[in-house]
Ligand binder design. Structure first.
Ligand code: SF4
Ligand code: SF4
Length: 395
């Protein structure tokens, strides 16, 4: 005789899910149109219909161990065709938002990131750190630049306040260590929660994990292959794909410049590496400066495309959550403050240059230090989930 199956819904979990973007999930009546409509959902275990019913029933464990939420690329086609307006794309997005809160350690940061109420404290942390650095530099009159003012005198150089060797580099080295260790724990938790799902049938030799990672990066992430497949063939789809591509390549360009500058600046002090020594400000003819400018332009183009896309979204079909706006907002501030610091420095407007550069550092900190808890964390978590699924043999 079949055993009865007891389902114990986690009502608190349903409320949390609704709070981070899944507020329409109760409207679903399980017609499965969404799973048929999704162009990238696998035929043998399609999404997002099953996630809708798990969410309605409050099956927290099922949802938190569901690798498919990371396969969804949030094109919104399922929501467009849903006859009930249940917004399945929002549910998939809400599940990822919840994962950002729960995967990495320091759950307080995850909680602050989940709504606008946490913005003040998230901003206050770097604002205080850099204000203290500024105050100390002015008080000790570092390099004899300040002469009783809080703004350095003479040539406008942001490094006179935030001297790289003793202020910026140590702060951001600590931030990098913090972020890498948070991602390490987050990815470990993600893989543990996915477990052996997807390994139902494996034919042939098991793949090497590193090979799977390289395949995912080169075949899916860099060319944005899934973005071409999902969504209908409209302008909106192009905005999504090219907006994401511009942001990704913009970030890569800026990361390359920062990494090379860091190595050149520190390694170049050793006699054998003297030719690669670099010092700020770089001249406009320097190839790294050109690459940085290109990265900045890509960021601005990507931001414009993605912001226009979000503004044009039909709220009856797909909504934007706090996670979406926080990320776009912070990247806008990073890009604009970076650009204006440069303009004001060239115009020799000392006060504006130093204030805008201070805001630039605060926003860069907010982008980097909270990465594992923000929507941008999907870069790492999605890559890890797709790699693991591939490694386990699921197509
Ligand atoms: S979310 Fe919409 S399309 Fe999907 S099963 Fe529910 S009612 Fe049908
Ligand atoms: S948002 Fe797009 S990728 Fe995600 S489930 Fe819906 S149709 Fe599929």
């Amino acid at each position: 005789m079949a055993q009865p199956l007891r389902i114990e819904p986690d009502v608190q979990f349903i409320r949390e899910l609704q709070a981070v973007g899944g507020d329409s999930l109760k409207k679903c009546y399980q017609c499965a149109t969404c799973s048929v409509a999704c162009p990238i959902s696998p035929a043998d275990n399609p999404y997002p219909r099953k996630e809708m019913i798990w969410a309605q029933w409050g099956l927290k464990d099922r949802l938190l161990s569901d690798a498919d939420v990371w396969l969804c690329h949030n094109c919104g086609q399922c929501s467009d065709l849903c006859p009930r307006g249940a917004k399945p794309a929002d549910l998939m997005s809400a599940m990822r938002n919840m994962a950002y809160q729960k995967l990495a350690p320091c759950p307080s940061i995850g909680k602050w990131m989940s709504s606008s109420k946490g913005l003040l404290i998230l901003t206050a942390i770097p604002a205080v750190i850099f204000a203290v650095i500024w105050a100390i530099m002015a008080a000790i009159d570092f390099g004899g630049n300040f002469k009783g003012s809080i703004f350095p005198q003479g040539e406008v150089v942001p490094g006179k306040i935030f001297y790289g060797d003793y202020t910026i580099d140590p702060v951001f080295i600590l931030v990098t260590i913090f972020v890498v260790s948070a991602f390490f724990t987050g990815v470990k938790n993600l893989i543990k929660s996915i477990g052996p799902v997807g390994s139902t049938m494996m034919l042939g030799k098991k793949k090497n994990l590193l090979v799977c990672l390289l395949e995912v990066i080169t075949l899916e992430i860099l060319p944005h292959a899934k973005f071409s497949q999902c969504g209908d063939n409209t302008e909106e789809k192009k905005f999504r794909k090219y907006g994401h591509m511009c942001l990704l390549f913009g970030f890569i360009a800026l990361a390359v410049v920062t990494g090379c500058f860091f190595l050149g600046h520190w390694l170049g002090r050793i006699e054998a590496f003297r030719p690669i020594y670099m010092e700020v400000p770089l001249s406009f003819a320097n190839p790294f400066k050109i690459l940085a400018q290109l990265g900045m332009v890509l960021l601005l183009v990507g931001l414009t495309l993605l912001t226009v896309r979000r503004k044009n979204q039909d709220p009856a079909k797909q909504t934007s959550s706090w996670y979406d706006w926080y990320l776009l907002g912070v990247i806008w501030v990073v890009a604009l403050t970076g650009m204006f610091t440069q303009f004001f420095r060239l115009a020799d407007w000392a006060v504006l240059t130093y204030i805008i550069y201070y805001l630039h550092l605060v926003s860069v900190f907010m982008l980097l230090a909270y990465l594992p808890w923000s929507k941008l964390g999907h870069l790492v978590y999605r890559t890890a989930a797709i790699t693991y699924i591939r490694y386990m043999g699921r197509k």
